[in-house]
Design a protein around this ligand. Sequence first.
Ligand code: SAM
Length: 282
Amino acid sequence: MSILIKSFNKSPKYSIKWNNYFKVYEEILNKYKNKKIKFVEIGIGDGGSLFMWKSFFKNKIEIIGIDLNPEAKKLEKFGFKIAIGDQADPNFWKSFYKKYGKIDVLLDDGGHKNIQQITTLMESIDFIKPDGMIIIEDTHTSFMKKKGFKNPSKYSVVNFSNLIIENIHRQNPSINKKPNFISRKIESISFYDSMICFNFFKKEKKVYSKLIENNKKLRNYFTDYRHDGDFIRIKKKFEGKIGKIKKNTLAYSLVRKIFHRNFYLSLKEKLRIIKYKNLLKK
Ligand SMILES: C[S@@+](CC[C@H](N)C(=O)[O-])C[C@H]1O[C@@H](n2cnc3c(N)ncnc32)[C@H](O)[C@@H]1O
């Protein structure tokens, strides 16, 4: 049985979680065990998960719980720090980080609504320490219409994460976009069933990614066939009718060039991608 499940079962207060979370948490949070970290959980409920984290991480951890419900303050007597406020309010986050400073892990198990999840994420990015993470639980709400979630929509946190994927790619100079505060801080995003984890760099990234080469002396300038698929296919058909086209002739290189310049998707290829996309919707 996983250690986290044991901590969950022996917590003295009630908690409810999807069973797939435990394996993921053990994988991604193990590195912080027995370290002096600041761990913040939004959404206290009855307090069950706060006890679970305390027993999982052992006693070096500083746990801060956040909830809009003032009743949650009662849990301070068990050694947790509790902040009362609305995760959807940017001003709450300003005063929170002013009081508590930078943190290592932020876990969002609060209201799970788009505005709550996205405000929490964006107001917290600057306050996560290197090698830290932001985890958002219950992201299946990005696809739920009922219970007031009104998704899928372009305002969901899953869709918002797609924009962050673009920001991460800005570390590559080939796409010619200026890295922003997200590109410099977030190294990767892990998507799981109902959970998204934003992983922060160990050291803030100040320079673009760069190409490196091995064995320079062995460089042999291979011909890149990236755009040659269509050319080769059509050539084969054509050659079946009129015989082999000689390589290194003007006609050969001209036709090849035409294919290289016209490497946009053909209608047939677009239809194939649409067919693949439809498989994802089933
Ligand atoms: C599912 S419960 C959390 C359960 C707890 N994490 C556990 O696993 O035992 C969700 C909590 O989020 C709190 N919450 C909902 N909306 C919030 C908001 N806008 N700001 C802060 N807390 C919020 C609720 O009051 C509730 O206590």
